[in-house]
Design a protein around this ligand. Structure first.
Ligand code: HEM
Length: 239
C-alpha cells in the first residue's frame, strides 16, 4: 500500500495497517495491539473460514430453491411484502430481521447440506454422553450431519421443509451447523447476514433454473467440509 493511499474501514485495511504509521488509530510505536503472527492468523482465519463456507452454502441454497419452486415463490412473496416492488431500494440490516421465512430457508438449507459434517474435539474431563463413557483427554468427533438427520429430532429428515423451523420447537443441541459452546463459529452472524442479503438480491430480480435437472444431489466433494464442485444455472429476469 502506498503511504498516500486513503485507508478504508474494512477488516483487511484495519489488520494490514495495524502496527504501522498508516494505522487510522494513530499507532504510536509503543505496545502493538496485535503481534504480526496474530495479524497473519486472523487474516488466514477470516479468508479461509469466511469465503468457501458462505459461498458453498449459497450454492446449496440456490440448488434447493430451484428444486422447490413453491418454497421459492413463498420467499419471493416475502421479498415483495418486506421491500416493496422498487428493486433499487437498498437492503438494510433491520430489513433482514423481518425475513422469517428466509431465516427458515437458510436454516433448513444448513441442516440438509451440513457444510461441516464432523468436527474434531478433545474431552477436557471425564463425561458420559448418551450412555457412553468418555475419559478425560479423549479425541472424539461431533457428528453435526448425523445429528441433523436423526429421525428422533427431524421428521422426514431428508426432505427440504423450511416450515419445520417456523412451526416447531427445535430440540436443544439438535441443530448445530456452526458448532456450539465456547468454540462456536465466530463467523455465524456474518455468514447469515451475507447469505440472506445475497439471496434477496438474487431472487428479487431473477429466477434461477438448474441446467442439470436430473441429478438427485449437487456435485459435491468432501474435504473436511462439503465443497460444491460445479453447479450450472440459467438466470432469467423475473417476469
Ligand atoms: C455457513 C457458513 C459457516 C459454517 C457452516 C461454519 C461452520 C463452522 C463450524 C462447524 C465450526 C466448528 C465449531 C466447533 O468446533 O464447535 C467453525 C469454526 C470456525 N469458523 Fe465457521 N462456519 C461458517 C462461516 C464462517 C465465517 C464467515 C467465518 C469467518 C469470517 C468463520 C470462521 C470460523 C473460525 C475462525 C472457526 C474456529 C473457531 C474456534 O475454533 O474457536 N466461519 N465454523
Amino acid at each position: 500500500m502506498q503511504s498516500d493511499e486513503k485507508v478504508g474501514s474494512n477488516l483487511f485495511d484495519i489488520l494490514l495497517t495495524l502496527n504501522t504509521p498508516l494505522d487510522p488509530n494513530n499507532y504510536d510505536g509503543s505496545e502493538a495491539p496485535l503481534t504480526d503472527q496474530e495479524i497473519c492468523s486472523t487474516i488466514t482465519e477470516v479468508s479461509v473460514g469466511g469465503t468457501d463456507t458462505t459461498g458453498n452454502i449459497f450454492c446449496y441454497t440456490i440448488w434447493l430453491l430451484a428444486k422447490h419452486p413453491k418454497v421459492l415463490t413463498h420467499f419471493q412473496k416475502e421479498i415483495s411484502e418486506i421491500l416493496g416492488d422498487n428493486i433499487s431500494r437498498e437492503i438494510i440490516y433491520e430489513d433482514l430481521e423481518k425475513f422469517a421465512y428466509l431465516d427458515a430457508i437458510v436454516k433448513e438449507s444448513a441442516r440438509i447440506f451440513t457444510f461441516v459434517p464432523l468436527t474434531p474435539h478433545v474431552s477436557t474431563q471425564e463425561s458420559i454422553i448418551r450412555g457412553n463413557h468418555l475419559e478425560a483427554n479423549t479425541n472424539f468427533f461431533v457428528g453435526h450431519e448425523i445429528i441433523h438427520k436423526l429421525p428422533e429430532f427431524w421428521e422426514n429428515p431428508d426432505e427440504f421443509i423450511p416450515e419445520r423451523f417456523l412451526d416447531n420447537e427445535i430440540a436443544k443441541h439438535s441443530f448445530i451447523p456452526f458448532g456450539g459452546g465456547t468454540r462456536i463459529c465466530p463467523g455465524k452472524n456474518m455468514s447469515n447476514v451475507e447469505l440472506k442479503a445475497l439471496l434477496i438480491l438474487l431472487f428479487r430480480i431473477y429466477d434461477v433454473e438448474l441446467v442439470d435437472k436430473v441429478s438427485e444431489k449437487p456435485n459435491i466433494k468432501y474435504s473436511f467440509f462439503y465443497q460444491c464442485l460445479d453447479m450450472k444455472v440459467v438466470v432469467r429476469p423475473r417476469c
